[in-house]
Design a protein around this ligand. Structure first.
Ligand code: UD1
Length: 416
């Protein structure tokens, strides 16, 4: 796996199609287990995390194959309800399989998901929700052993609107008797996409996208064909790239409603943003301006996953912008790498202060995490000369081919 080499200083021009959403397809792949039949997922992105999910599905005894951009999963006859340690570690969001396996088998055995580059990522809310539905969970020796012979629907409240815990609760509730109401559910658009996929299989889930979700326990009734929603964070990355490098780009296949906080921030910084039914155009000619504090928050607030790429876009802006990261503890690991380009960023706890500089100079950087790595790509586009970005495996977890897309927009970028 090569490093990325980027010659900065070229404006971006042209159009690019945005891939299907990683954070949508991962829970949907877990949900395919619920149905003893076939699920067809169109617009499925080819990502490292999707490959990891396929490995888990195959281990469980499912079949999975690609047909163009569609992934076809056959869960007619899974034979196992355990996930071994090495598969759990290959992807942090593997815990989302817990609710799905419980729903199908009434039992599950997984190791604790591995450590995380964004700081501790506990699963206490996931387990509390499953326990409220009647699962008995033993957490000894780094393994999670779950028995749920009789899951029963009920009203449950999440103490925080965790995306993963909401998804796990929805999946387990599908296999429960009676109706489950999830209060303080996460409202991210990816949960609506999971609801749409479950509905395509004949499950009865309502309220996705709001903070109250209702699930009538019921096994899926038929094969599903579903088109994965567009990836709003990949879209945010390419918008940030054009804001950083300057130019005039159009993103196709996006839902502008999912990106309103990101486009509002870029508009405030001086970009011209026009949104159509499934396209967004961004133009940036002069120097960007600093913007009011950017505070990350659960949807519909500013997404934590877009914090790093917006920061990268503002490195050469006029003035000072403050970022406040409210979701994850260690989400400024990209900052030291961005400073190698000559950026002026100071971090204290949850706050990062970006003082715009006149120019950035290309440098060598190492990806620290998925979105941090993407931020380095964005910053490199705005720097003079060549930058090298190493440890690109992080970036490939969530971007099908970031260099292909940026080259299509005219960037000088290659893998070596
Ligand atoms: C999902 C996304 C991730 C995004 C995040 C927030 C996927 C595959 N990943 O992650 O890209 O950055 O939402 O939008 O969809 N928490 C607990 N206990 C729990 C669960 C979560 O304390 O049991 C905390 C987390 O540590 C974090 C916060 O809640 O501080 C939000 O996490 P959560 O919404 O669960 O994020 P993920 O589902 O892991």
């Amino acid at each position: 796996m090569g490093d990325y080499y980027i010659q900065g200083g070229r404006a971006l021009e042209g159009e690019v199609q945005v891939q299907g959403a990683k954070n949508s397809v991962l829970p949907i792949l877990a949900a395919t287990i619920l149905h003893p039949g076939t699920s067809v997922l169109k617009n499925c992105p080819r990502l490292r995390d999707v490959e990891a999910s396929i490995q888990i599905l195959r281990h469980l005894g499912c079949k999975a194959r690609w047909e163009g951009d569609a992934l076809i999963v056959d869960a007619s006859a899974p034979e196992r309800w355990d996930i071994p340690d090495h598969l759990m570690r290959s992807m942090r969001s593997s815990v989302i399989f817990l609710g799905a396996i419980l729903s199908r088998f009434g039992r599950a055995e997984l190791s604790m998901p591995g450590g995380c580059e964004l700081g501790p990522r506990p699963i206490d809310l996931h387990l509390a929700a499953l326990r409220q539905l009647g699962a008995v969970i033993d957490e000894g020796g780094g393994r999670l052993r779950c028995e749920a012979a009789d899951l029963r629907g009920r009203e449950l409240t999440l103490s925080m609107p965790s995306v993963g815990a909401t998804e796990n609760a929805v999946l387990a509730a599908c296999g429960s008797r009676g109706t489950t109401t999830i209060l303080n559910a996460a409202r991210e658009p990816e949960i609506m996409d999971l609801e749409n996929f479950l509905a395509a299989m004949g499950c009865r889930v309502h309220g996705g996208g709001s903070s109250t979700i209702t699930v009538e326990g019921r096994q899926p009734t038929h094969d599903a064909v579903h088109t994965v929603m567009p990836d709003r964070i990949v879209a945010a990355t390419y918008l940030a790239a054009a804001a950083a490098a300057g130019g005039d780009i159009v993103l196709r296949g996006v839902d502008y409603r999912h990106l309103s906080t990101v486009t509002a921030a870029l508009h405030e910084a001086g970009c011209l943003v026009e949104s159509g039914e499934d396209a967004i155009r961004l133009q940036r000619r002069g120097r960007l301006r600093a913007i009011r504090p950017v505070r990350t928050a659960p949807y519909p607030g500013f997404p934590t996953d877009a914090q790093a790429v917006l920061m990268a876009a503002l490195l050469r802006s006029q003035g000072t912008t403050v970022f406040v990261e409210n979701i994850f503890d260690s989400r400024y690991r990209h900052v030291d790498e961005l400073c190698r380009l000559g950026a002026d960023i100071r971090v204290e706890g949850r706050v990062a202060v970006v003082c715009g500089v006149e120019r950035l100079q290309g440098a060598a950087m190492e990806s620290t995490d998925l979105r941090g790595g993407a931020a380095m790509v964005v910053a490199a586009l705005a720097a003079e000369g060549e930058s090298r970005i190493g440890s690109t495996a992080h970036i490939r977890r969530g971007y099908e081919d970031i260099l292909r897309d940026l080259r299509q927009l005219g960037a000088a970028a290659e893998e070596r």
